[in-house]
Design a binder for this molecule. Sequence first.
Ligand code: IPE
Ligand code: IPE
Ligand code: MG
Length: 255
Amino acid sequence: MIENFNGYIDKESDEYNLLLEISKKPLPAHIAIIMDGNGRWAKKRGLERFEGHKAGIKSVRDVVETSARLGIKFLSLYAFSVENWKRPKKEIMQLMGLLKKYIKEELPTLKKNNIRFKAVGRISELDVSVRKLISHAESQTAKNSGLHLNIALNYGGRVEIVDTFKKILNTYGKDLKVDDIDEELISKNLYMKDTPDPDLLIRTSGELRISNFFIWEIAYTELYFTKVLWPDFNRKELFSAIKDFQNRQRRFGGI
Ligand code: IPE
Ligand code: IPE
Ligand code: MG
């Protein structure tokens, strides 16, 4: 795995020492990230919020590339919540514009690096121009076996559970008996049915909340909060989060 960073990381750097350290222990299979703090990053610099979102794209690229090099299997990024429609129309348009630009520009890299792209959330409610790009990127990368990159868009943890119940009823209808309802049935009808629950959830910007991300899935996820604002989150920050995770003792209710 370390070879994947040859030529990318200076071997004299702190970053490289962190990489050596985390390479000795098992890595999280699934990392989920609440990418927060773009607006505050811009404000601190006297810039428009949009500049913060633009700068945040650089962190997305860095984290996706680093996760792929590390051999992480699943990476889920919270990009737009169902609650984010409360923002000014102009900001929503800008966010959707950046998303479209990201997908267009990144698709060749995703393909080259064997990354599978998937959007999770109420995708059908998004503008047709966004949906077209998403389904194109999904179909072009569907057979890739490297990093599985999930982008949560128009996503809400509670609406996901609502959608899951609807899907179950649509599939089984009157054949569904009370005793058929169990955790496994719910889990396998969620948006990401083939994805294991996150091992590590990172939230940037110092807010200590979940903001409706992956409510069902994070029952036993290790949580990592950092004050770093999303546009400042980079490879080294990711290594630090993983190192912290590796020093946790996961008990899942046992002893
Ligand atoms: C995260 O940054 C990006 C999205 C929620 C889309 P914010 O835009 O929430 O930035 P802050 O929290 O206002 O600093
Ligand atoms: C959470 O950030 C949503 C995303 C990162 C997409 P918000 O900035 O929307 O969350 P709150 O409003 O601070 O809880
Ligand atoms: Mg925020």
